[in-house]
Design a protein around this ligand. Structure first.
Ligand code: PBG
Length: 344
């Protein structure tokens, strides 16, 4: 048969397939999100995220050692404080959980790169990512009423003050990079200005710019005990139906000085990874979030899928779409798959 094109020709052997591979990945692109908590000798498994733990600070070095040995280059810290209040004061306390974690981590494993999530939701008693308008809401207002008004309840501009305090305190504690995840308007500019004033002008900002109001965050909220106690996050996180709005967020944050733009979640939003890459000139990060991890784990536990191949494909998809950084709870597994030449 006369065929002018035989695409299969280039798929004939493993050597050839690797030679013509379009997407190449390496371990330095992997970032591992981890949860640090108060207490001693604690390694609590997160029920909805089998294989993922919350670590007390004395256990943290063991995990960092494993990551370092596996060749995972960077870590993102999330703090789980013992005490929460209306304005999330624990988040910017110099003795807060993330601040202490940073000091330990930087001292023991300086070869790793430490990024911190800058947000209030893990630290606020109401679980929202900002301060509420009139947070002295009198007690007569029922939760139900609050729920109804929740959409307008997080005060954007008041929240910025707190976010900048958090970012600066992370910088002081040694964060290599800060990553605001709250979705308030103007926060990148506000954080940049305060970091610079405090002398941290070399600390990059990775903005969770294209962050959707997603059910994929469910397991994380259990892990970090950060589910909103009323209402939802739809007045600040984005509507999954929108892509142009995502570009507006990304471009605005780049203008405000974001060094890296993140798209989150990854799996259902690969079009956004691609579009942000095309529309901006900064590196793009993709966050494969807790729900993505939980779904794969659950299906694998039932023997319904091949976990390693699925995880490899999900990562490949994110990189093929244009991500340069991939945040994933599967970082160690991916590092091994890359070492073994099974992906990459
Ligand atoms: C904080 C934050 C969340 C995640 C990262 N930073 C939760 C949320 O926005 O509700 C989710 C990460 C994950 O699901 O793995 N705002």
């Amino acid at each position: 048969m006369e065929l002018t094109k035989r695409p299969r020709r280039l798929r004939g052997s493993e050597n050839l397939r690797k030679m013509v591979r379009e997407t190449r990945m390496d371990k330095s692109s992997l970032m591992y999100p981890m949860f640090v908590m108060e207490g001693e000798n604690k390694e609590e498994e997160i029920p909805s995220m089998t294989g993922q733990y919350r670590y007390s600070l004395d256990r943290l070095p063991y995990k960092l050692e494993q990551l370092s040995k596996a060749g995972v280059g960077s870590v993102m810290f999330f703090g789980i404080p013992d005490h929460k209040d209306e304005v999330g004061s624990g988040a910017y306390d110099s003795e807060g959980i993330v601040q202490r974690a940073l000091r330990i981590a930087k001292e023991k494993f300086p070869e790793l790169y430490y990024v911190t999530d800058v947000c209030m939701c893990e630290y606020t008693s109401h679980g929202h990512c900002g301060v509420l308008c009139g947070h002295d809401v009198d007690n007569d207002k029922t939760l139900d009423l609050l729920a109804k008004t929740a959409l307008s309840h997080v005060d954007n501009d008041a929240t910025l003050n707190y976010l900048t305090k958090i970012a600066v305190s992370h910088g002081e504690a040694g964060a290599d990079m800060v990553a605001p995840s709250d979705m308030m308007d103007g926060r990148v500019a506000a954080i940049r200005e305060c970091l610079d004033k405090a002398g941290h002008y070399t600390t990059p900002i990775m903005s969770y710019a294209v962050k959707y109001a997603s059910a994929f965050y469910g397991p994380f909220r259990e892990a970090a005990d950060s589910a909103p106690s009323f209402g939802d996050r739809k007045s600040y996180q984005m509507d999954p139906h929108n892509s142009r709005e995502g570009l507006k967020e990304a471009l605005t944050d780049v203008e405000e000085g974001a060094d890296i733009i993140m798209v989150k979640p990854a799996l259902a939003y690969q079009d956004m990874i691609w579009q942000v890459k095309e529309a901006t000139n900064v590196p793009v990060a993709a966050y494969s979030v807790s729900g993505e991890y939980a779904m794969v784990k659950a299906a694998a536990a039932n023997g319904w899928i091949d976990e390693e191949r699925i995880v490899g494909e999900m990562a490949t998809g994110a990189f093929r779409s244009g991500a340069q950084i991939y945040l994933t709870y599967y970082a160690e597994l991916l590092a091994r798959l890359m070492d073994e030449g099974r992906i990459g």
